[in-house]
Design a protein around this ligand. Structure first.
Ligand code: ACM
Length: 630
């Protein structure tokens, strides 16, 4: 079996642009050496520190090795002369910072040094990636040894906030699924798991002092079909059977699991908008106080573009009601006690002001408190929430709408509507996490609509890789880092969550970890291909849309023209426009061509070494016409 993987590996290496290694994210410095470490069926783990967290990380790595049939000893043994040795620096090496490491692969020893446990954890993730694809699949070591090419690596992250967000409201992921998501992101050196725990479609965290939040708010009627389009509203007497929530014990378990992978969890409780599930439990916290249901993905908003929208059902807390602040305080008291991290996310996005503007009590409240408009009213709410959160020893972060009407000192901003909110926030001296839709929205469609699920926007791997979190006009000291966001309106299970997250999360991880000057698309893509194999072998979904041709259609002098592009270098595109197939050895693409009138399809596919690489795209002329740039 191993030989098959090794041959496959060599075959792939031979057929594509040569990368020296397949590590993602790219290390700061990788120097190959002449030596080779032969990993046989026994290795000693020589741990030169008593640090408890290091021991946890070592144990995880030892479990990984043991799963693949390698025997591990925790001290120097007679069974072989091979060892992996781990040292914490006596006096910290400044360039390694909190999370950096060095890793040397020599003939008999693999040596790791770091200032802290986090660095040791990341050295193991790199070491895993130095093993050939196929390694993780083995349930026992077969005859022979795995050779690891000698190298000296120096590595540390560019940013301290390397995040992924998972929305568990629109789709409820079980504890094990959340752990699987965290485990994978940690392998790619992400260190912040932003947990979007509440929204209109479900409240997912137990708050002991407010039991209805989960008794009522965690459950909705089950609906299928496109989210936010024609899912019918809950019917009278219909039972809410879809959903779930995490008990506080489960939350603590996940926090521990994440900490063992150097991942800090930032919990998000989305206030004052996106609160329909909370209001289903406690309708008295809205202005209208009318009973409502947890939304099953039915349409209840009208979107007008340019960030303008109207909510047809009230989903906002009432900022003029003192009881709302008592409620918010209770929620954040328990959140602050549960989560050890520095930050609590309070949401703040897409808050509709119409119900506030039409409510007499709210209007009177605004007059009395000299609040000139609804933006200032939202700002009043956000500042009160900031006081509640900072009063519990935590820092508040929120989506960039929290800037509207003025932001409380000390609050950090997560810039999602492009980079402009983030830029503005840095100019006011706030810390910022960049997670713009344009580069970091992992729910967006990543390939051609003929083969991918089209949602409301697109984001290719190539575009994701162009993300630069520090715009030239800002002082980089305010940019904590960046984050990819996985909203799950159209993601009904974990395999598809992985499919949507990867490989774009590879691109983000490289942007957030590696030095800017180490980023090179052709090299990244070559390494990504090796990770496609790793995902396949561990039966984890990953999107390979990058192999498909990119199709652009435009009108020129009254003609419908088509331009094809191969995103992966060194591939050939074939196409047909006369309803024939196979595509291979049809027309080889060299320049834009006309799509003539008629009932015909464009068929196109990329090939490498005479083998299909991507999927065959099949697009009818009528669809091409719709796509045409005029
Ligand atoms: C968001 O995407 N509404 C933060």
């Amino acid at each position: 079996m191993k030989h098959i993987y090794l041959s496959l590996f060599l075959l792939m290496l031979g057929s594509m642009i040569q990368a020296q290694h397949s590590i993602i994210p790219m290390p700061v410095k990788y120097v190959p050496t002449e030596e080779t470490f032969l990993l046989e069926n026994h290795v000693d783990l020589d741990i030169q520190t008593d640090d408890k967290q290091v021991k946890q990380h070592v144990q995880l790595f030892a479990e990984f090795l043991t799963r693949t049939g390698i025997e591990v000893d925790y001290q120097k043994s007679e069974k072989s002369d091979k060892a992996i040795s781990v040292h914490l620096n006596q006096s910290p090496r400044p360039e390694l910072g909190e999370e950096g490491y060095t890793l040397e692969v020599n003939r008999n020893i693999i040596k790791v040094t770091a200032n802290n446990a986090a660095g040791v954890f990341y050295s193991f993730q790199t070491l895993r990636q130095l093993l050939p694809p196929g390694f993780e699949l083995r349930d026992k070591l077969e005859n022979g040894a795995i050779s690891i090419s000698g190298c000296k690596i120096l590595d540390y992250p560019r940013f301290s906030w390397r995040g992924l967000m998972l929305d568990v409201s629109r789709h409820f992921f079980t504890v094990d699924e959340v752990k699987a998501y965290i485990d994978k992101m940690a392998q790619y050196k992400f260190n912040v798991f932003h947990w979007h725990l509440t929204d209109d479609e479900g409240w997912r965290i137990e708050i002991k002092s407010l039991p209805k939040l989960t008794e009522v708010g965690a459950w909705r009627v089950e609906r299928y079909g496109r989210f936010g389009e024609n899912r019918i509203y809950p019917q009278p007497e219909e039972k809410a059977t879809y959903g779930g929530y995490y008990t506080q014990e489960e939350i603590k378990d996940i926090i521990r699991y994440a900490a063992n992978r150097n991942v800090t969890i930032v919990p998000e409780i989305d206030f004052p908008g996106h609160s329909m599930a909370a209001l289903a439990a406690y309708p008295e916290l809205s202005t209208q106080k009318e009973p409502k249901f947890v939304n099953p993905g039915s349409k209840f908003a009208e979107w007008y573009g340019n960030g303008k929208f109207k909510m047809l059902i009230e989903n906002t807390l009432n900022p003029a009601d003192k009881n709302v602040y008592d409620f918010v305080d209770k929620v954040f008291t328990e959140i602050a006690e549960l989560f050890p991290g520095q930050y609590i996310h309070m949401g703040g996005d897409e808050c509709y002001h119409g119900y506030w503007e039409n409510d007499e009590i709210v209007q009177e409240f605004m007059k009395k408190n000299n609040i000139a408009n609804s933006h200032e009213l939202q700002s009043y709410f956000v500042k009160k929430v900031e006081k509640i959160i900072s009063g519990k020893g935590k820092k508040m972060i929120g989506w960039d709408e929290i800037l509207q009407g003025g932001l409380a000192e000390g609050a950090a901003v997560m810039s999602w509507q492009g980079m402009k909110g983030g830029i503005e926030a840095t100019q006011m001296g706030h810390d910022v996490v960049m997670s713009p839709t344009t580069y970091a929205y992992l729910d967006y469609t990543q390939g051609d609509h003929s083969v991918e699920n089209p949602i409301y926007n697109d984001l290719s791997l190539e575009k994701s890789y162009k993300f630069e979190p520090v715009p030239i006009e800002v002082d980089s000291k305010y940019i904590l880092g960046g984050q990819g966001n996985l909203w799950t309106e159209a993601i009904p299970n974990l395999p598809f969550a992985f499919y949507m997250t990867y490989p774009r999360a590879f691109a983000l991880s490289e942007t957030l970890w590696s030095p800017k000057e180490n980023k090179k698309w052709d090299d990244f893509i070559a390494r990504t291909e090796i990770h496609f194999m790793r995902f396949d072998e561990t039966k984890t979904n990953i999107c390979k849309a990058v192999f498909d041709p990119s199709v652009k259609v435009y009108e020129e002098s009254g003609k419908l023209m088509c331009e094809l592009r191969n995103v992966v270098p060194e591939t050939i595109i074939y196409y047909t426009i006369n309803n024939t197939y196979p595509v291979q050895f049809g027309e080889k693409y060299s320049e834009p061509f006309e799509i003539p009138a008629g009932d015909l399809n464009l068929r196109t596919q990329t090939f490498r070494n005479n083998k299909p690489l991507g999927r065959e795209l099949l697009i009818h002329r009528s669809e091409l016409e719709k796509r045409a740039i005029k």
